[in-house]
Design a protein around this ligand. Structure first.
Ligand code: MG
Length: 158
């Protein structure tokens, strides 16, 4: 059996009055993330981890932000497509573990829904999908609430 891991990282800027999409879930907050798509930083990190594990490039290669087709797109569509690309190469997706780095809002209440949503989109068991969140103790751009970052790690096998 062949085993690959992949890592993904993404950052988006926060702006007043935009919707905040994280892990495929709309999280009530005064600010949201700026981006060409719905700017779901967590999903983007997961997509990059999957593409990295399968050595298929990165999210910018597959879904360029210069392409009007992806303007305002629901990132769940990108994730579903990314999983298809990886599986088409003969890989099975074993698990995903991800971290959201943000100061506000509190993410804990939304984590079960995020895991459920991601598991459905990725066609995985909920036990194979982990989402965690941390603050940065008010340090850096996440701590100043200027943006949110996300890190994801996946394992695939064939
Ligand atoms: Mg992104």
């Amino acid at each position: 059996m062949k085993i690959h891991t992949g890592i993904g990282y993404d950052v988006h800027q926060l702006q007043e009055g935009l919707p905040l999409w994280l892990g495929g879930v709309a999280v009530p907050h005064s600010k949201g993330l700026v981006g060409h798509s719905d700017a779901d930083v967590l999903i983007h990190a997961i997509c990059d981890a999957l593409l990295g594990a399968a050595a298929l490039g990165d999210i910018g290669k597959h879904f360029p932000d210069t392409d009007p087709a992806y303007k305002g797109i629901d990132s769940k569509v990108l994730l579903r497509h990314t999983c298809e690309l990886v599986r088409r190469q003969g890989w099975a997706i074993a698990n995903v573990d991800a971290i959201l780095c943000l100061q506000k809002p509190k993410i804990a209440p939304f984590i079960p829904t995020m895991r459920q949503t991601l598991a459905e989109v990725m066609q995985l068991d909920i036990d194979d999908v982990s989402v965690k969140a941390t603050t940065t103790e008010h340090l850096g751009f996440e701590g100043r609430e200027e943006g949110i970052s996300a890190i994801a790690n996946v394992l695939i096998q064939k």
